[in-house]
Structure formats: C-alpha cells, structure tokens
Ligand binder design. Structure first.
Ligand code: NAP
Ligand code: GLV
Length: 310
C-alpha cells in the first residue's frame, strides 16, 4: 500500500491529515520524520524540504508543492529526475493575493504612508487625492495570481497593465509581453506589483536598471519572491527619492533578519510572507484528486514543466 510524505516547517500537519483523510479515507500520510520505509512513498507534499529529503524514495512518482510557487523544489540539487512536479493552483489563494495587492495599491494611491506619518506627528494635513483612472498599475506575472489581481484592481477603475512572457487578453487590462516590451511597461507604471515565479530569468530582475525605468515617485510592491529584488538597489532608489515607497511580503532571507534595514526604513512596509497563505480546506480537493489520479495512472492536475521552472 503506497504512502504520502508530508514535510513542511510552515504548514500544519494535523489540519492536512484531517483534510486529506476526509477525502481519501485510510490514506497513509507520513509526517516527516516518521516516514517509515521510504520506498513506500509514491507522492510527496512538501514546502521547502531540505536537500536530500527524497533520498531512498525509489518509488516516488510526484512531488507536490504546498504552495503555488515551486522554486523551493527546483532549488534542491538532489531533486530526483523521475517524479512529476505539481503545485497548488487555488482560487482561494488568488483571491487572498488580489486582496493584499489591492490593499497596497490603495494605501499608496490614497497617500496612506503620509497620513500614517502625520498621525505619528499629530499633524492634521490634507493632501490632494488622485483619480483612480490616472493611476497606472503594472503587474509583473499574469498567471493564476497576477491575472486575478489585475481583474480586481481594474474593476475599481485603475489603469492596469500586465507583463508576462506570453500575451494575455484580459478585458480592461493592457498586456505587455517579453523582454522587448518591458521598458514600455515600466515607463507607464506608477505602482509596480511583482507576482512572478522565481526562475533563473526572474532572479535579481528588479534591480537599479529596472527601478530607474519607472517614473520618478513610483511605488514597488513585491509578493513574488525575495530573490527577484536586489534589496540594496531598492534602498538606494528609496533614499534618492526616485522610488517613493515599497510594500514587501517576501525577502531574500526569511524570516527577515532583525538587523535588516527594511525593518526601520520609513518608506518600507514589511509583511511576513502572508499575502496568500495556503489553506488546507480549500486546497485539499485538488491534492486528493492528484493522489487518486496518480494511483489510477491518470494525468495529474497543475503540473509544472521542469524546463520552464514554473
Ligand atoms: P503562474 O500561474 O505560473 O504565473 C506566472 C506568471 O509569470 C505567468 O504569467 C508567466 O508568463 C509569468 N512569467 C514567468 N516567467 C517570466 C519571465 N521570465 N518574464 C515575464 N513573465 C514571466 O504563477 P502564480 O500561481 O500566479 O504564482 C506566481 C508566484 O507568486 C509564485 O511562483 C510564488 O513565487 C508567488 N506566490 C507568493 C505568495 C505569497 O504569499 N507571497 C503566495 C503564492 C505565490 P506566461 O503566462 O506567459 O507563462
Ligand atoms: C507562497 O509563497 C506560495 O508559493 O504559495
């Protein structure tokens, strides 16, 4: 009887056991480190599993990310070649992410940081309010998360554009595609929101060169992955005044070290990687379905191409 491995320092194994055994009664779910004979594992459910986790799992056929991102799986130099890689694609998470990105867009649009400072200083100030239709939002990454964020923000009347590898057709959202259209995308972006997956192409993408192509006074919102942002370049752009503020949910090192300058920077808001957290209740259906499909020899849902990396 094959078994499922669960290994995550982030997700609650009790909630996952309950959610999965409700859908597959009798499921043999083995929570690391109590995995028994590794040769019995055919499906692994992981988040940031350390190098070597899959050693000895000679019958492993699928590795599923406990999140929408899979960079933590491809990061393992010992990743076995055979198993298919699958991920969660959960409308619940897309809605949560859209809420978070909208929250940041509205905070910057309505001059939240200036009013927050004024309150600290006990100053009663009134600043000009800009129209939503003239505030240009640019979303990098127009996949399951970015496309939903674009739809939600566009519905409020903002001028929204998306940037992705391939062209998109979302009503009311202008599509820019590929590196050749990136400069045009950046040049019309007042609030840049990153929802890209981490791959070799997107690592260090948001650097001084890219930030310099945004209009002066632009804002940066990152909830993709920390390694997409060159942190020193953002700090320099904030200090020069070219970038007016940033809201960051992901960092190169997580948890963000206590001494990191982002914690105390007056124009940076730090969030502890919570913009779209995995929810066992909403994601368990698709994972249970994939376990069933694997064992029935059927095609899996939400597969990730190893070549593409996302
Ligand atoms: P997805 O559905 O795979 O979409 C990825 C998007 O990025 C696609 O539109 C893709 O373009 C685009 N893209 C990838 N590489 C690109 C490149 N080199 N140049 C231009 N565009 C590129 O991914 P998703 O489900 O939306 O998730 C995106 C990422 O969000 C995850 O990988 C993860 O890092 C992050 N995330 C963060 C949190 C959080 O709590 N902070 C939660 C969940 C996910 P095409 O459409 O043309 O392929
Ligand atoms: C969270 O960061 C995810 O990838 O789901």
């Amino acid at each position: 009887m094959p078994a499922v491995l669960f290994r995550s320092g982030n997700d609650n194994p009790v909630a996952w056991r309950e959610a999965l055994t409700k859908r597959i009664p009798g499921l043999d779910l083995r929570v690391y480190p109590d995995i028994g004979n590794p040769e019995e594992i055919d499906f692994a459910l992981v988040w940031k599993a350390p190098r070597g986790t899959f050693n000895g799992m000679t019958n492993l056929k699928a590795i599923c990310s406990l999140g929408q991102g899979v960079d933590h799986i491809f990061d393992d130099p010992d990743l076995p070649d055979g198993p298919q890689i699958v991920r969660i694609v959960d409308p619940w998470m897309a809605r949560a992410m859209a809420e978070w990105v909208l929250l940041q867009v509205l905070r910057f649009h309505r001059q939240g940081p200036a009013y927050e400072q004024a309150q600290k200083d006990r100053r009663w100030i009134k600043l000009d309010a800009e129209e939503t239709s003239t505030r240009r939002i640019g979303i990098m990454g127009m996949g399951a998360l970015g496309a939903e964020a674009a739809r939600v923000i566009s519905a409020l009347g903002f001028d929204v554009a998306g940037w992705s590898r391939s062209r998109k057709d979302i009503p009311g959202v202008r599509s820019f595609a590929g590196t050749e259209e990136m400069d045009a995308f950046l040049g019309r972006t007042d609030i840049l929101c990153c929802l890209l997956p981490l791959t070799p192409e997107t690592t260090d993408l948001i650097d001084a060169g890219m930030l310099g192509k945004l209009p002066s006074g632009a804002f940066v919102v990152n909830s993709g992955r920390g390694a997409q942002l060159v942190e020193e370049d953002l700090l320099a752009a904030l200090d020069s005044g070219h970038i007016a503020g940033a809201a960051l949910d992901v960092f190169r090192v997580e948890p963000l070290p206590e001494t990191h300058p982002f914690w105390t920077h007056p124009r940076v808001q730090v969030w502890p990687h919570v913009s779209a957290q995995t929810n066992a209740d909403s994601a368990a259906d698709q994972i249970a379905e994939n376990i069933r499909r694997l064992r029935a020899g059927q095609d899996l849902l939400n597969t990730v191409g190893r070549g593409r990396g996302y």
